[in-house]
Design a protein around this ligand. Structure first.
Ligand code: PEP
Ligand code: MN
Length: 335
């Protein structure tokens, strides 16, 4: 971190900054130019906030040399992180496909979809038991009954389950029964929930907020990791832009950018990114080609009867075709 001081700052004005930073164990190095003086800060500056430093009136500007996400960043962890959940690998060359309905609706539905996606090669079963809905009158999910149905599907298929935690009220149930805890786009900056979920020390699938930058996503991952869980999967699921042709705009460049900045696995959600089942296949193939570590895709056995997100859900048959094409892209990439 570098502090740029205002021109003609007197030493008496800088002295309190020196004192406060030294008290925090930070070593200061003066860089004196013809018209500008700068202070280089060395040591652990992760807890030094730029906002606080800007309260000193002699500070003109602050330049962060190092990203503030020490745990999520690649700098101190150059190798890709690889996690294994019930025998299914994520990251480091493995391609994790998570598939299932937007929400768990009934035993018949979740078992039919679970069997269908498993037969096509999906590694994980997704399904919302608690649904974040824009309207308070919409279907909110089956709650803990939905979790029981996911467990039933896991028992039969052996697939680990991925489901969204909406509130700290259900931390214990999720700690006990869920394999990968999803934090949805709307809760990406629910910092107390992020810390609490980190304390469970379980794999976390963290979705990018609707209008969040890549650095904000990485800071959210840092919260989970600082809470105690190193196993965080980052998920790009489309962001809000001026474009209305798709539900969101898939930021495909987030894949290589995140992988440059972080060692954590990066997956794409083409379903929520586009909102249209017709676009899911092309965006999935693009994600694989861009170097994603996997996908999370909505699949429903009867999309026309879905209680949530039917228009963006693939049928198991279309999902099967996509899995075959994905294999071709993955083979082409390995050449
Ligand atoms: C979901 O995956 O079911 C979901 C609600 O996604 P998002 O948080 O990305 O909107
Ligand atoms: Mn959905």
């Amino acid at each position: 971190m570098i502090l740029v001081l205002k021109p003609d700052t007197a030493e008496a004005d800088v002295a309190p900054i020196r004192e406060a930073l030294s008290a925090r164990g930070i070593i200061l190095q003066d860089i004196v130019g013809a018209s500008t003086t700068m202070l280089g800060l060395a040591g652990d500056t992760s807890a030094v906030s730029a906002d606080w430093l800007m309260t000193y009136r002699c500070v003109e500007r602050i330049v962060r040399v190092q990203e503030p996400y020490k745990l999520a960043g690649r700098k101190f962890h150059p190798e890709d992180s690889v996690f294994t959940v019930r025998g299914q690998a994520i990251g480091g060359g493995a391609f994790a496909v998570m598939a299932g309905p937007c929400s768990v609706e009934s035993e018949e539905q979740i078992l039919a979809v679970a069997r269908g996606v498993k037969a096509c090669g999906a590694g994980f079963l997704r399904g919302g038991a608690f649904k974040p809905r824009s309207s308070p009158y919409a279907f909110m999910g089956l709650g803990l009954d939905g979790l029981e149905l996911l467990k039933l599907a896991r028992e039969e298929t052996g697939m680990p389950i991925v489901t969204e935690l909406l509130s700290s009220e259900h931390l214990d149930a999720f700690a006990k029964d869920v394999d990968v805890i999803q934090i949805g786009a709307r809760n990406m900056q629910n910092f107390s929930l992020l810390r609490e979920v980190g304390q469970l020390k379980k794999p976390v699938l963290l979705k990018r907020g609707l209008s969040s930058t890549i650095d904000e996503l990485l800071m959210a991952a840092e919260y989970v990791m600082a809470g105690g869980s190193p196993e965080v999967i980052l998920c790009e699921r489309g962001i809000r832009t001026f474009e209305t042709a798709t539900r969101n705009t898939l930021d495909i460049s987030a894949v290589p950018v995140l992988k440059q900045k972080s060692h954590l696995p990066v997956i794409i959600d083409p379903s929520h990114a586009t909102g249209q089942w017709q676009l899911v296949e092309s965006m999935s193939l693009a994600a694989a080609a861009a170097g994603a570590d996997g996908l999370i895709i909505e699949v429903h056995n009867k999309p026309e009867a879905a209680l949530c997100d039917g228009a963006q859900s693939l049928t198991p048959e279309a999902f099967g075709r996509l899995m075959q094409k994905l294999e071709c892209v993955r083979q082409a990439l390995s050449m």
